[in-house]
Design a protein around this ligand. Structure first.
Ligand SMILES: [Zn+2]
Length: 292
């Protein structure tokens, strides 16, 4: 599943290749890809045809393309979505769902999605910020993200620290992989209660989140110049240096203890049991007397 660094790579590539161009023709090849656009394919196409794309923006893992009409194309890549800029002569991809042709010719923009969990919609009046995603918090790479606000909000939540990192109303763009990586760096177990985090600990954790994301962005940013803007959950995704994620049984790079995997919300959490000890359970007076 593409995480924030991958989506940001797509955003930058798209901005380069489609901003300032006018849409000539819209072809919806599979209705599921625009299922969030309730009025349907013809309405979707009518709102886009003849409109100029002004920019490509992002909130968390959502992309939006403001149009000169004041509307925006709102997109999410889901598990396997790709936005490809391709010459019209390139053969259609097997899972091509939506195609936009432009008045100035090549390249065209293709939304390709094998599993079709992602999709496109028109957000009417959404050029500045689509209402559909206004509840999503800024991500830590956003210049307007508030560090102090985050520290206060995470400490006020009655939840566990990994769940908080995945809570899009608190901080956006952090998925399962980078949450595990940041927690390993911060030496925190994911089930620690956020209410027990001190302000400095919350600030340190945020710093690690930001480091993990920016390092991933640096390594994912090498394809910025390519015409072929590609996000693919399979290729080039797991080859970057991960310290814990996917390393069950392998030695911790800090202390050598074998990395452990646990089930977590239909997925997995990876952590070092030595560097990231589980918090002691204090459910009642009985256990409290047992813990010195
Ligand atoms: Zn360790």
């Amino acid at each position: 599943m593409p995480e924030l660094p991958e989506v940001e790579t797509v955003r930058a590539g798209l901005a380069r290749w489609v901003a300032g161009r006018t849409i000539a023709e819209v072809e919806v090849r599979h209705p599921r890809a625009i299922r969030r656009h309730l009025p349907g394919s013809a309405h979707f196409a009518a709102l886009l045809t003849g409109r100029k794309i002004l920019d490509v923006k992002r909130r968390g893992k959502y992309l939006w393309l403001p149009l000169d009409s004041g509307d925006a194309i709102l997109g999410h890549l889901g598990m396997s979505g790709q936005l490809l800029c391709q010459p019209a002569s390139a053969p259609d991809e097997l899972h091509l769902r939506v195609r936009l042709r432009f008045t100035d010719g090549d390249p065209e923009l293709r939304f390709v999605d094998q599993r079709t969990f992602g999709g496109l919609a028109v957000s009417e009046g959404g050029a500045d910020l689509p209402a559909e995603i206004a509840h999503i918090a800024r991500d830590p790479m956003d210049p307007e993200f508030s560090d102090a606000g985050f520290a206060a909000a995470i400490r006020a939540k009655r939840t566990e620290v990994k769940r908080a990192l995945l809570d899009q109303t608190l901080i956006s763009g952090v998925g399962n992989i980078y949450a595990d990586e940041a927690l390993w760096r911060a030496q925190l177990h994911g089930v620690r209660p956020t209410s027990a985090l001190t302000k400095p600990a919350a600030a340190r954790l945020l710093g690690h989140v930001r480091d993990v994301l920016s390092e991933a962005l640096d390594s994912g940013g090498t394809s910025f110049d390519a015409l072929y803007v590609n996000v693919n959950g399979e290729s080039g995704y797991f080859d970057r240096s991960l310290n814990v994620y996917g390393r069950e049984g392998e030695p911790c790079r800090r202390c050598g203890t074998p990395i452990r995997r646990e089930a977590f919300m239909n997925r997995s959490s990876y952590y070092c049991p030595h560097c990231q000890p589980r918090p002691r359970v204090r459910t009642g007076s009985r256990s409290r007397t047992n813990v010195p």
